[in-house]
Design a binder for this molecule. Structure first.
Ligand SMILES: *[C@@H]1O[C@H](CO)[C@@H](O)[C@H](O)[C@H]1NC(C)=O
Ligand SMILES: *[C@@H]1O[C@H](CO)[C@@H](O)[C@H](O)[C@H]1NC(C)=O
Ligand SMILES: *[C@@H]1O[C@H](CO)[C@@H](O)[C@H](O)[C@H]1NC(C)=O
Ligand SMILES: *[C@@H]1O[C@H](CO)[C@@H](O)[C@H](O)[C@H]1NC(C)=O
Length: 442
């Protein structure tokens, strides 16, 4: 039965070839060719002394790459040293290569930081109305870009931004560390991301994105430092990475309320595997901005420590959109407030023009092979009143912990589905309804 199921799965949908058997990887999603040219930031006056401003060097080097248009593209080599710079745009057919000991460090001066238009699927900056600061490394409409090397560091020096956020003195939404808008064929590998002002890696309206062998670090109390947020993007593969930040480690999104509904671009075919880390928020998240829809997400072999919530699928009334065909499996959780949360009342609204009757559809969420210790509450599964969550399947789950005396291990409402081999035993909404379509997965 098991064999037949997987054979069938492999025939239908190669993206989802699972880890039963040999190690699968993202490596065939984007082909990364050999670059025919190799230029060094030093040739453009780059100085890695940690003080010299290298903005001109980076912008000129990338302008040169844009002009070269040699078949095979160009590698921009960043030698060991600390290169302070303002934000810059990336261009097509380039590899940004950070040598061992190379640090590209963002300036902290927000007065000089360029502002750009909000994303149409958000209608405004994510945290404040109006425009937003461009990302430290920004790609718009580019393809065939690689950010890699020998585990050099991209340092956002976020603390000044976080403090401004804490003091409520920011005028616009903080910059991401790296963003790709309308891009394809992107590889980010063997790089360390540190102290992003806001989200770390944000591919939006993009496809064929690979993120592997990265380390993403930000303090536990740093605000909104999400690790990787695939947003209205498809064919995104994230693997073999360590992420420890102040917000969700990976969060799949697709736009915000009426703006996201109007833009209507889903996130689909998202694979997350062999990722570990720690956060006061969620490990694997979908949402809460899911107004363009999210489907076909597979997360497997995830190790989480000291978490707020292990797995969090979140949406809200007014979001619209859908969350369909989500599978999370082989998760180990050590210390968490909650193991699993699937909820229809999370997140704020961009403005008061959202349509409260735009209800999200959540259907087909399978969570299986989860082992947790020191988990205070097993799970909350709370659907939307006039749009109950359906086909929610929990299979082979064991969450142990110091359950608070007055908190029940599970709380459910407006949900139907199926549970099998789940401990502690989940709420009757799941365990008594045997009609869940997820029966296949056992
Ligand atoms: C998602 O993957 C499936 C199966 O490989 C493929 O048929 C489909 O075109 C992909 N969707 C997108 C948006 O690329
Ligand atoms: C690129 O050039 C630098 C010297 O400028 C060299 O150290 C590095 O090994 C070269 N990289 C590749 C991939 O050729
Ligand atoms: C980035 O590229 C855009 C065009 O896509 C341009 O308008 C903008 O000035 C560039 N910003 C910087 C800082 O180079
Ligand atoms: C870089 O980091 C990755 C992920 O942690 C690791 O697998 C790889 O061996 C490291 N590479 C080098 C050259 O140190």
């Amino acid at each position: 039965m098991r064999l037949r199921f997987f054979t069938l799965l492999c025939l239908c949908c190669c993206w989802f070839v699972s880890s039963e058997g040999e190690t699968v990887s993202c490596s065939n999603i984007v082909s990364s060719g050999f670059r025919s040219d190799n230029i060094s930031i030093a040739d453009f006056g780059g100085v890695g002394d940690g003080r010299t401003l290298n903005t001109k060097a980076f912008r000129e080097a990338i302008y040169r790459i844009q002009r070269l248009t040699r078949v095979g593209g160009t590698l921009l080599y960043v030698p060991p040293g600390v290169y302070l710079t303002e934000p810059f745009n990336l261009t097509s057919h380039m590899t940004l290569y950070l040598a061992a000991g190379a640090v590209i460090m963002a300036t902290q001066d927000s007065s000089n930081w360029p502002l750009i238009a909000p994303l149409p699927s958000y209608g405004r900056g994510r945290e404040l109305p109006g425009g937003r600061y461009m990302s430290f490394m920004h790609g718009v409409g580019v393809q065939d870009v690689v950010i890699t090397g020998e585990n050099g560091t991209i340092d956002g020096q976020g603390d000044l931004w976080w403090n401004k956020w804490r003091q409520r003195s920011l005028q616009f939404t903080r910059p991401n560390l790296v963003e790709f808008v309308n891009c394809r064929d992107i590889i980010i590998s063997n790089v360390i991301f540190k102290n992003s002002p806001f989200w770390n890696i944000h591919p939006v309206y993009s496809s064929n994105i690979v993120v592997r062998f990265v380390t993403i670090l930000a303090p536990r109390d740093s605000p909104n430092t999400d690790g990787i947020d695939p947003d209205s993007s498809s064919n995104v593969c994230i693997e073999d990475s360590y992420i420890s930040t102040g917000d969700d480690l990976v969060a799949v999104k697709s736009g915000w309320d009426e703006y996201g509904i109007a833009y209507g671009l889903p996130s689909s075919n998202i694979t997350i595997r062999r990722v570990s880390g720690s956060s006061p928020f969620a490990g694997i998240a979908v949402g809460s901005e899911t107004s363009g829809g999210v489907e076909n997400v597979l997360a497997e072999h995830i190790n989480l420590y000291k978490m707020g919530i292990g797995i969090h699928i979140k949406t809200n009334s007014g979001r619209g959109g859908f969350i369909k065909n989500i599978t999370v499996s082989h998760v180990y959780i050590e210390e968490a407030r909650k193991g699993i949360r699937i909820s229809g009342d999370v997140g704020d609204h961009p403005d008061d023009k959202f349509d409260p009757s735009a209800l999200p559809l959540v259907k087909g969420v399978t969570i299986k092979n989860v082992w947790g210790v020191k988990v205070l509450q097993a799970g909350l599964i709370q659907g939307v009143k006039n749009s109950p969550f359906t086909d929610i399947c929990l299979y082979d789950i064991n969450l142990r912990g110091v359950t608070e005396p007055r908190t029940p291990p599970w709380k459910c409402s407006d949900v139907s589905g199926f549970a099998h081999q789940v401990s502690p035993w989940p709420c009757s909404e799941l365990s008594s309804n045997q009609q869940g379509s997820c029966a296949n997965y056992s």
